[in-house]
Ligand binder design. Sequence first.
Ligand code: F6R
Length: 369
Amino acid sequence: EKGGYASFMLKEIAEQPKAVADTLLGRIGVDGALTLDELRIPAAVLKAVDKVVIVACGTAFHAGLIAKYAIEHWTRIPCEVELASEFRYRDPILGGRSLVIAVSQSGETMDTLMALRHAREQGATVLAICNTNGATIPRESDAVLYTHAGPEVAVASTKAFLTQLVACYLVALYLGQVRGTKWGDEIRAVIRDLAAISGEVGRVLETMEPVRELARSLSGKKTVLFLGRHVGYPVALEGALKLKELAYMHAEGFAAGELKHGPIALIEDDLPVVVVVPSPRGRSVLHDKIVSNIQEIRARGARTIVIAEEGDEAVVPYADHLVRIPATPTLLQPLVATVPLQVFACELATARGNEVDQPRNLAKSVTVE
Ligand code: F6R
């Protein structure tokens, strides 16, 4: 069943290029535009949306955090992302023009289900992004966009996360396409890049041996920190979550700009810090700022593990370990940047003797509130 892999998690990590490609299949037309008629939300409703709220838990919440950057950039519709378990307890402001997106691999997460019920009661249109056909969350939603990751068996979400990202990008780009924005040309270009991204994910997977080796060498550590900014910030959160749940280590993700507001006090000699570096192209200001962050933490003794685009030479002098990822458009980088963090957590957990498919205290689908 594991197809020759030592764990379902390793198998599912390896399946990511296919999962990503399958989630795009049939959704990009021959003219290069998106064809998401399957949503069956009338264009008039999509055009009238004045607010998007994403609700989800855990890894799916991290996909939602990334989606916010994409949705606000390509559509200029304000977007909030909220933990489903918090959402309905604070009297959120919703109405007939709100689009609520519930992201859930299993489609059975009780917190997310209760959040979407609350949203529908307030008159919002609810769109589910889900990996499980006919699950409760898509059944109770107005519309659904299925991710085609295939069954995910390992408790820690990997391929489902990448496909949730793809689905979120599709929704963001489609909203932009339907409503028409000044980003029309960029949207068409990104759809082309998205179509090629599964190959890039495959290329990352082929270069993971040094990451595995590094992970094994860190198995005796107590803490690992993760830094990122822009869409790299949720990637850092996801890297930390994977390490907590699999390796049972203390791991925290921070927005790199927040370092000076507190977390930098945690830096001590030989503390491993993983840094997700934004592309030096595009929003290069962010790139330069994060390079200074890497210098700052390294000057205080951190062992820097730098995830940076191919060709980014500025990081080289400050990287104790350098992990290369392919160049992608800024907003799509999480699709390639997350993969090394999954491999890192899986290998480190295995080196610590943990059972990666069934981490202690966790269930694949959390059907209680
Ligand atoms: C982490 C993980 C969990 C789930 C969360 C939501 O690896 O798997 O954090 O992402 O419990 O589950 P779904 O997506 O099924 O609603």
